[in-house]
Design a protein around this ligand. Structure first.
Ligand code: ADP
Length: 600
C-alpha cells in the first residue's frame, strides 16, 4: 500500500516536472521556429535591399568606360596623337561629373597613358597594369570587372573596363575605378551585419572592418598564387575567418564567428561572381526564446503552486472535517455503549422484577385460592363433624348399618377435600423453566377448577368447548394455567356489573396449532388501553386491585412457547382473547409425557 502511494506520488511529481519543463521547452521551440521563420522572410528583404543598392552603385558606373572608349579624343591619343594633356582634362571632368573614384586609359601594353588623377602625386599615369585581369579581359574585346586593392595607395576598389577601338581595331582600354567603402560605412551605421565574398570566398566588403579580406575557408596554393599574380590583395594576409556553420531546426543556417553566433542568409548576386550574406546576432533569438519560455514557466509554476496550495488547503479542511466526524462518531459510540449498558441493566432489572412478579402473582393467586379452599373445606369439615356425631349416636343405638352408610359419606367428603388440596399442591408446585409436553385440555380444566369458587361467587356462567382427544403442546404447564387464570380473573372483574355474566372457553386444533379462545359478555376492552393492553403496568382497575402486569406476563409466557396472543372486542358485546400455540411433535408410543402425569 505504502509502496503504491509512493509510486503514485513519484509519478505525480514526474508529471508536474514534465509539465513545468516540457511546456516552456515546447513554447521555446515554437518561439524559435516562429523567429527563424520570420528571419527567413526578413533576411530576404534585407538581402534584396543591400543587393539592389550594391548593384545600383555599380550599374551607375557601368557606362563610364564605354563612354570614355567611345570618345574620339581617347582613340586619337591611343593612335599616337600627342593629346594626352587634353585627354587627362577630359577624364578629370568625366570622373568629376560621374562621381567615380578614378578613370583612366591604358594602351595595348597595359601602360596608363591618361588618368583623371593626373594632377595627384600618386597619379596612375605611367603605371603598368597589364597584369590586371580587367585589362586582359578588355584586350580580349569584352568588358572587364575586377575587385582589388590599388597598387599605388592600396585603396580597394571595383574596376570596370572597356576596350577602346579605332576603325574596328583594339587600340587600348578605358577603366573606371569605384571605391565601395561608403556603402560599407552605411551598413555599419545602420547597425547591420553583412558581408560580400568573391568567387574564392574572400570577404571583399563587410560591415565589420576586421572581417575584411578574411576567407570563409583556407585558400588552396594555386588560388593564392593566382591572387598574388594579379596583385589583387597586395600587402594583405588572407587568413581564414574562424567560422563554424550549423543548421537550426532543419532549415535555418547558423554561423559562429569567433565567439559570436548569427543566423545567416546568403545569395549570389546575379551577373557577378559575388555572394552577399546577411547575418543576425543570435542574442535576439535567445533573449526572446528565454523571455517567453521563462514567462511561460513562471505562469505555469504559479498555476501549479496555486493548485498545490488549494489542494493542501482542501486536504487540511477534509482532515479537519474527518477529525470532527471521528470525534462525533466516537462520542456517539460512547453514548451508544452507555445506552446499551443502561439497556442491559434495565433488562436485567426487569427480568428480576418479572421473576419476582411471577412469584408474587402466584402468591396472590395462592392467597385467593387459600380463601377459596378454606370456603371449600369448611363446608365438608362441618359435614364430617355432623356425620361423626351421627355415627356416635348410631353406635350407641347399635344401628351399625346406618353407621356404615354414614362412614361412606364421610369417606366421600374426605375424597372431595383431597381433590381440593391436590389442586392446591399442583399449583403451588415450584415452576421450573423445564419444558414438558402437556395436554392443553387438562391445563384449562385445572385452571377452571381453581377458579370455580370465584365463578360461583360472581354468579358467572361458563361455556366450555373441549375436544375429545388430547391437544398437546410443549411448555411449562403451571405457566399456562397462570395465563388462563389471569384471563378468567380479568373477565370476572370486567363482568362485575353484568347481570347474565358469561365466560366462554374453547379449545380446537387447526392445522399444526392449538387455538384457545376465551370470551366474555362484559363491557369489552376500554378504548384507552386497547392498543397497549399487553404492555406492562397498563390497567384500568382502581388502585390496589390491579397493577397491569397480568397480560404482559401472560404474553411473554405464550411467546416463550412460540405462540401468538391477541386481544380484541367482540362485535356485539364483551372482549375476546385468542391464544395460538404450535402443537407438540407426536411422540413415539410408550414415551411418557407430562400430560400422562396429569391424567394419572
Ligand atoms: P390488571 O388485571 O392488573 O389490570 P392485566 O394486564 O391483566 O392487568 O389487564 C390489563 C387491563 O386489560 C385491565 O386493567 C383491563 O382494563 C383490560 N382487560 C383485561 N381483560 C379484560 C376483559 N375481559 N374485559 C375488559 N377489559 C379487560
Amino acid at each position: 500500500m505504502l509502496r503504491k502511494i509512493n509510486a503514485a506520488r513519484i509519478l505525480t511529481i514526474m508529471a508536474y516536472v514534465l509539465f513545468l519543463a516540457g511546456i516552456p521547452l515546447g513554447v521555446g521551440v515554437l518561439v524559435q521556429y516562429d523567429y527563424l521563420d520570420g528571419f527567413e522572410g526578413m533576411s530576404n528583404e534585407r538581402l534584396n535591399l543591400y543587393e539592389s543598392t550594391l548593384l545600383a552603385e555599380l550599374k551607375k558606373y557601368e557606362y563610364l568606360p564605354y563612354l570614355i572608349a567611345e570618345a574620339g579624343i581617347v582613340s586619337r591619343m591611343l593612335h599616337g596623337a600627342d593629346n594626352a594633356g587634353q585627354v587627362n582634362l577630359f577624364l578629370e571632368e568625366a570622373n568629376s561629373i560621374a562621381g567615380s573614384t578614378v578613370v583612366y586609359v591604358l594602351d595595348t601594353n597595359g601602360i596608363v597613358t591618361a588618368a583623371s588623377n593626373w594632377r595627384k602625386e600618386n597619379s596612375f599615369i605611367g603605371l603598368d597594369l597589364a597584369f590586371r585581369p580587367y585589362f586582359q579581359d578588355a584586350m580580349r574585346g569584352r568588358q572587364g570587372r575586377f575587385y582589388g586593392v590599388g597598387v599605388t595607395a592600396g585603396n580597394p576598389g571595383y574596376y570596370i573596363s572597356h576596350p577602346v577601338r579605332s576603325n574596328g581595331k583594339l587600340v587600348g582600354v578605358a577603366v573606371a575605378k569605384i571605391v565601395l567603402s561608403p556603402l560599407e560605412a552605411i551598413w555599419q551605421e545602420g547597425g547591420e551585419t553583412l558581408f560580400v565574398t568573391d568567387i574564392h570566398g574572400i570577404i571583399v566588403l563587410a560591415s565589420r572592418p576586421e572581417w575584411k579580406y578574411r576567407t570563409l575557408s583556407p585558400l588552396s596554393a594555386p588560388t593564392l598564387k593566382s591572387i598574388h599574380d594579379k596583385l589583387q590583395f597586395p600587402e594583405v594576409k588572407l587568413y581564414p575567418l574562424p567560422i563554424h556553420t550549423a543548421t537550426r531546426l532543419g532549415f535555418a543556417k547558423e554561423v559562429t564567428i569567433g565567439k559570436e553566433r548569427f543566423l545567416e542568409k546568403s545569395r549570389s548576386i546575379p551577373g557577378m561572381e559575388w555572394t552577399i550574406s546577411y547575418l543576425m546576432p543570435q542574442g535576439q533569438l535567445w533573449e526572446r526564446t528565454l523571455g517567453i519560455s521563462l514567462t511561460t514557466f513562471v505562469i505555469l509554476g504559479l498555476g501549479v503552486l496555486t493548485r498545490f496550495f488549494l489542494r493542501e488547503r482542501r486536504q487540511r479542511q477534509i482532515a479537519r472535517i474527518q477529525a470532527m466526524e471521528a470525534d462525533r462518531i466516537r462520542s456517539i459510540n460512547k453514548k451508544l455503549e452507555q445506552e446499551v449498558e443502561e439497556r442491559k441493566r434495565t433488562e436485567h432489572e426487569l427480568r428480576a422484577a418479572q421473576e419476582e412478579l411471577v412469584q408474587a402473582g402466584k402468591l396472590a393467586a395462592l392467597g385467593e385460592m387459600a380463601a377459596a379452599i378454606t370456603h371449600e373445606l369448611n363446608q365438608p369439615i362441618a359435614a364430617v363433624k355432623t356425620y361423626v356425631a351421627s355415627c356416635r349416636l348410631m353406635l350407641k343405638r347399635d344401628k351399625l348399618a346406618d353407621v356404615d352408610t354414614t362412614l361412606v359419606k364421610i369417606s366421600e367428603l374426605g375424597d372431595r377435600m383431597g381433590t381440593v388440596t391436590g389442586q392446591l399442591k399442583s399449583f403451588a408446585r415450584k415452576s421450573t423453566d423445564k419444558k414438558n409436553e402437556f395436554d392443553l385440555r387438562l391445563a384449562i380444566q385445572e385452571s377452571l377448577t381453581l377458579m370455580e369458587h370465584q365463578f360461583h361467587t360472581e354468579g358467572c356462567r361458563l361455556e366450555l368447548f373441549l375436544t375429545d382427544e388430547p391437544i398437546n403442546v410443549v411448555g411449562n404447564r403451571v405457566h399456562m394455567e397462570q395465563v388462563l387464570i389471569n384471563l378468567f380473573r380479568n373477565a370476572l372483574d370486567a363482568l362485575q356489573h353484568t347481570d347474565d355474566a358469561l365466560i366462554g372457553v374453547s379449545l380446537r386444533k387447526v392445522k399444526e396449532r392449538a387455538k384457545i379462545h376465551v370470551w366474555d359478555n362484559g363491557p369489552g376492552i376500554d378504548a384507552s388501553v386497547d392498543k397497549r393492553i399487553f404492555e406492562p403496568f397498563v390497567t384500568t382497575k382502581k388502585e390496589g386491585s390491579g397493577v397491569g402486569l397480568g397480560l404482559s406476563i401472560s404474553y411473554k409466557i405464550i411467546k416463550d412457547m412460540n405462540g401468538d396472543f391477541r386481544a380484541t372486542n367482540r362485535p356485539d358485546r364483551g372482549a375476546e382473547f385468542f391464544v395460538h400455540i404450535p402443537l407438540a411433535r407426536t411422540r413415539k408410543t410408550g414415551e411418557k409425557s407430562d400430560a400422562a402425569d396429569y391424567s394419572g
